[in-house]
Write a protein that binds this ligand. Structure first.
Ligand SMILES: Cc1cc2nc3c(=O)[nH]c(=O)nc-3n(C[C@H](O)[C@H](O)[C@H](O)COP(=O)(O)O)c2cc1C
Length: 247
């Protein structure tokens, strides 16, 4: 059905009660009871070790895998604007206003389910070239409606998703940004003033003075102390490791 094919696969999953679709193979979802129960085993295990766990929520936008979407039911990639990942890739749509609001609702549903599954909080994956980041940065968003064309408009989607999450769960919510990331075709020529605007709107403008900020990128045991004791000494931060731990 043409109309259906324009909906995000994520949203389709939800409507059909079949939540294994999302444009990337083997991605875990949080839309139906069996998925909540499966996640509960993981959160229980984490809690059993005396630790805590947040759930990071992502929509893929233009980086969804076209082959997977085709297999999942002939769906199209949809994104803020139709810039495929590969030159000449077909079957691509710009998100309609209605689809944008549907995505926000889906974020909120997944967030509620994450809390039901035992997560302490949720985080918007607003970085690394995924859908929220695509809206945020002018390299992947030159819409002319209220979702693009200015600093305020490009920031709107991430901010509205965050508001939807806060309203849905009323507990810890985070937002990940990556102003300097070049992966997946990202990075604005000048990330200022775009990122400081978003950060102010998201009320993390105190940069770790009121709320903790997690810093990641290039840290190793040998340089982490310098970050904590000098670079960010007046800030409430935690330093994270990616590749150093992954191997
Ligand atoms: C295999 C792999 C998977 C990652 N998955 C995520 C992810 O799911 N969410 C996220 O915010 N960052 C993810 N990242 C990015 C890391 O959080 C981090 O920003 C990046 O690796 C740079 O930090 P590093 O220099 O310590 O590796 C991933 C990185 C790698 C290498």
């Amino acid at each position: 059905m043409q109309g259906e094919a324009r909906l995000s696969p994520w949203q389709l999953d939800h409507r059909r009660g079949n939540c294994d679709l999302c444009g990337v193979p083997h991605a875990p979802s949080l839309f139906i009871e069996s998925q909540i129960q499966a996640w509960k085993k993981i959160t229980d295990a984490v809690h059993g070790k005396g630790s805590y766990i947040f759930c990071q929520l992502v929509a893929l936008g233009r980086v969804a895998d076209t082959g997977t979407l085709r297999k999942e039911g002939g769906f199209e990639v949809s994104a803020p604007i139709p810039i495929p990942m590969e030159d000449g890739a077909a079957g691509f749509g710009a998100l309609t206003e209605e689809e944008i609001y549907d995505f926000m609702r889906d974020f909120a549903i997944a967030a509620k389910n994450a809390i039901a599954a035992g997560f302490e909080g949720v985080e918007v994956y607003g970085s690394n070239g995924y859908q929220v980041d695509q809206f945020l940065q002018d390299v992947r968003n030159w819409r002319t409606d209220q979702w693009g064309g200015s600093v305020e408009n490009r920031a709107r989607f991430g901010i509205e998703v965050s508001k939807a999450l806060v309203e849905a769960v009323w507990c810890g919510t985070g937002f990940r940004i990556s102003p300097w990331n070049t992966w997946q075709g990202m990075k604005m020529a000048d990330p200022v003033p775009q990122f400081p605007y978003s950060v102010r709107q998201l009320n993390i403008d105190t940069w770790g003075r009121k709320t903790p900020v997690l810093i990641v990128g290039g840290y190793k045991p040998e340089n982490v102390l310098h970050a904590i004791q000098h670079e960010y000494k007046d800030h409430n931060i935690a330093v994270m490791f990616g590749r150093h731990i992954f191997g």
